[in-house]
Every structure is written in structure tokens, then in C-alpha cells.
Design a protein around this ligand. Structure first.
Ligand code: HEM
Length: 154
């Protein structure tokens, strides 16, 4: 019973995290294409808010549920290839998030505050935004890989 409860928490965390990183890229592209600086700035503010709520929230649920399930079943979390791959892919995605995406988001949020009431969107914003989108998509692949190894348990 405890194992299944932790597993539900874990998989809900996966849905929240992977769902958020996927749809955020999608709606942010459309907000940017809107062309109205106020809409672009609003979209940027939402990237920050949804990252705190759903990315951090999803990571906490994945952690608590994953290690909780492993300990409830008496599994060594580093004792099998699928668990090690899952954790490795999770860390790989997390390093891109911490090392590239968050610094980019901090710079984008700072620039967005200069046009949140209207005005020119500087080229710098679009340049950093393209880089953020590229690395955001790259950071999603290890998470999809982790879903595969957790289900297929190779
Ligand atoms: C961070 C370290 C992680 C630990 C310790 C961990 C641990 C576990 C454990 C013990 C299970 C239950 C296995 C089963 O009953 O079949 C599980 C299932 C699962 N995990 Fe993880 N996991 C981790 C990371 C991840 C990540 C990053 C993802 C995807 C982004 C993920 C996706 C899944 C999925 C989809 C299942 C359900 C598999 C199934 O029911 O067949 N896990 N995980």
C-alpha cells in the first residue's frame, strides 16, 4: 500500500514536471509571436511563476515519491540499471535547468520589466529567448528518456 501511494505521488510529479516544461515552451512561443510587448512581458512573468510552482513542485513530488517507493520496497536506489539511468537522466536535465535555463530566465525577466508597460522589445531579449527555447527543448529529452527507462526497466 505505502509503495503504491509513493508511486502515485511519483508519477503525478512526472506529469506535472514534464507537462509544465512542454507546454511552457509552446505557449511562450505564441506569446512572443503576439508582438505586443505587454503580452510578451506577461508571458515572461508566467514562465517564472510556473517554474516555481510546477517545475519545483514536480521535482519535489518525483523525489519524495521515487525514493519513498524505493525505500518502501526495500530497494537500493542505486542497485539497478533502470533506477540509475532514471536518476542520471533526471540530473542531466536538472543541470541544464540550473546552469542554463534559470540564468537565462533571470536575464529575460529583468529585460521584460523594461517593456511590461509597452515600448521596444530589445534584440537582446529575442537572442536570449531563442537560446532559452533551444535548451528548454534539449532538457526535455532526458525526462522523456527517464519515463521510458522507468517503464521498460531495461
Ligand atoms: C529521481 C530519482 C528517481 C527515483 C528514485 C525513481 C524511482 C522509481 C520507482 C521505485 C518506481 C516504481 C517502479 C515500479 O513499480 O514499476 C518508479 C516508477 C516510475 N518512474 Fe521513477 N524514479 C526517479 C526518477 C524518475 C524520473 C526523472 C522520471 C520521469 C521524468 C520517472 C518516471 C517514472 C515512471 C513513469 C514510473 C512508472 C513506471 C511503471 O509503472 O511502469 N522516474 N520510479
Amino acid at each position: 500500500m505505502l509503495y503504491d501511494v509513493f508511486k502515485v505521488i511519483h508519477v503525478v510529479g512526472v506529469v506535472v514536471l514534464v507537462g509544465n516544461v512542454t507546454v511552457t515552451a509552446f505557449w511562450k512561443v505564441f506569446a512572443d509571436r503576439n508582438g505586443d510587448p505587454r503580452v510578451v512581458a506577461f508571458g515572461q512573468r508566467l514562465v517564472t511563476i510556473t517554474d516555481w510552482v510546477f517545475t519545483v513542485g514536480g521535482i519535489v513530488l518525483i523525489f519524495v515519491g521515487g525514493y519513498g517507493a524505493a525505500f518502501a520496497a526495500g530497494m537500493n536506489p542505486f542497485g539497478s540499471a533502470w533506477l540509475n539511468w532514471g536518476q542520471g537522466l533526471f540530473v542531466a536535465s536538472g543541470l541544464i535547468w540550473l546552469g542554463i535555463l534559470i540564468p537565462a530566465q533571470i536575464r529575460l525577466a529583468r529585460v521584460a520589466r523594461t517593456f511590461e508597460k509597452g515600448g521596444e522589445v530589445p534584440e537582446d531579449y529575442w537572442r536570449i529567448g531563442r537560446r532559452w527555447l533551444f535548451w528548454g527543448i534539449v532538457a526535455t529529452f532526458p525526462l522523456v528518456g527517464a519515463i521510458a527507462v522507468m517503464i521498460l526497466k531495461p
